[in-house]
Design a binder for this molecule. Structure first.
Ligand SMILES: [Zn+2]
Length: 472
């Protein structure tokens, strides 16, 4: 492991412009595939840093890449900048104050920090490569639509990681620790039933209800729940309930099923069963059913070599230093959470409950975090393409749930900015090691090769599915 003081310094020097970048993205929240202002802000920063820029990756207007350096290994640092619908919230206040600007979207998952720290880290590595003349290339991948779009799966499918040696990322959290492989594979599929309209009172016998079919499908899926593998999940949303007239038999209705499982294989099995249920519902109601896969992601493939390397950097850097104002705001946020929210973090990290600790003052050791309670991430598909490692870094009060107004409220706080800088230092130092220590990189790649030999990667997206980029 190298002496990282120089690269930490190169991160620290960038504090002002990168806090400004994170705040700018926070202030103009944009949801999946519409991140035009956010990507412009990132591009401006990439240009200012002197990266070689490629736009429209995988045909997606808000996916970009910046590269620096020459020859040597290629290390990718992944960033995101998408927001979530209905999570707009005034920052810096510890009570729900929804915003209506930008259709009410908000950074309820901290991706304004995610992208900014990733570019900050890549820029520090770029400077170090230039100063030392070390052979090696650093790339920043600006990845859109993590939430609900899973753009990285499309980016992997387009071959954008084919010449990359390893990938590094992070995610905001309420604690510090390596993000060990623990995420679910998932797919979103829209099932559309088509029946026959009819007057619901005068001629109900002539109608065939698509809405009935959707309801029966959901009943079938609910009965399947008891017989799913551990950790699998299915949830649904009505995209089209067939209209607003109860006196018309609904001729068309669409339900989105989101199926999750611990591995790609389990996901494929479960999706096959969900499809049978859809066919059963169509048979029962004499309707027809068609389907459209909207997105898909793989589970994360871990890499113990990279995990250990990143852990060493996290241990050396330690947690962030907080002041009284940081603790006071975190405490105010925590007063809006339930005791279960707060105890859950300690339970999952297998630590004694400290209900009075507002902010994370520790680094979790490898292997300490219990599996479960996880969602999905489209970093999953990158992790099958190249050895990948990620950090969780504290940016909010302990117990803050993802996708909550409380997380948005903390998105521009000093705690968030400090966590962002720590994340950038961890990622930059890890990248520096991988570029300068060929033994570590070779070991990481060998572990990855063996994992793929055991279970080859199959892209979970059907070939005909393309990113749902809105027009205009
Ligand atoms: Zn997220």
């Amino acid at each position: 492991m190298k002496n990282s003081a120089e690269i930490w310094d190169l991160v620290e020097q960038r504090r002002v412009p990168y806090v400004a970048l994170a705040d700018q993205v926070f202030d103009t929240p944009e949801i999946a595939y519409t991140e035009r202002r956010s990507v412009e802000a990132h591009l401006a920063q990439m240009e200012a840093e002197g990266f070689r820029i490629t736009r429209d990756l995988a045909g997606i207007p808000t996916a970009v890449m910046g590269e620096a350096g020459a020859d040597g290994p290629v290390i990718a640092i992944l960033g995101e900048y998408d927001a979530l619908p209905a999570l707009g919230q005034e920052p810096g206040v510890a009570e729900p104050r929804p915003t209506t600007q930008f259709d009410g979207a908000g950074h309820g998952c901290g991706h304004n920090l995610l992208g900014s720290a990733a570019l900050m880290a890549a820029a520090a590595v770029k400077d170090w490569l230039e100063r030392t003349g070390t052979p090696g290339r650093i790339r920043y991948y600006g990845c859109p639509a993590e939430e609900g779009g899973a753009a990285k799966t499309f980016m992997v499918r387009a071959g954008l990681f084919d010449d990359v040696d390893a990938a590094i990322s992070w995610h905001p959290s309420d604690y510090n620790g390596v993000f060990e492989a623990n995420s679910l594979a998932n797919t979103r599929i829209d099932f559309t039933f088509t029946g026959r309209a009819s007057h619901a009172a005068a001629a109900p016998d002539l109608g065939r209800s698509a809405l009935d079919a959707v309801e029966l499908m959901n009943v079938g899926v609910n009965y399947m729940r008891e017989h799913m593998p551990d950790g699998a999940r299915v949830h649904y949303a009505y995209l089209d309930a067939g209209g607003i007239a109860p006196n018309v038999v609904q001729a068309k209705a669409t339900v989105r099923q989101l199926v999750r499982a611990q591995t790609n294989r389990e996901l494929l099995d479960l999706v096959a069963r969900v499809r049978k249920i859809a066919q059963g519902a169509a048979l029962m109601t004499e309707t027809t059913v068609s389907e459209e896969v909207v997105s898909a992601v793989s589970n994360l493939l871990g890499n113990t070599v990279l995990d250990r390397l990143m852990q060493a950097h996290m241990d050396r850097l330690g947690p962030v230093f907080y002041d009284d104002a940081d603790r006071a705001f975190a405490q105010a946020i925590r007063s809006t959470l339930t005791p279960t929210h707060i105890s859950e973090t300690f339970r999952r990290l297998q630590r004694p409950l400290d209900p009075d600790l507002p902010l994370c003052d520790f680094v979790v050791p490898l292997g300490a975090a219990l599996p479960g309670g996880q969602g999905s991430t489209d970093v999953g598909d990158v992790s099958w393409a190249v050895p990948t490692v990620q950090a969780w870094v504290a940016t909010c009060a302990i117990g803050t749930p993802f996708h909550s107004w409380q997380l948005t409220a903390q998105g521009k706080s000093p705690v968030a900015h400090k966590g962002m800088e720590l994340a950038a230092k961890i990622m930059a130092a890890t990248a520096q090691d991988l570029i300068s220590d060929s033994a570590a990189l070779t070991a990481a790649k060998e572990e990855h090769r063996l994992a793929l030999k055991r279970e080859p990667y199959v892209c979970p997206l059907p070939p005909e599915v393309n990113p749902p980029i809105p027009k205009g």
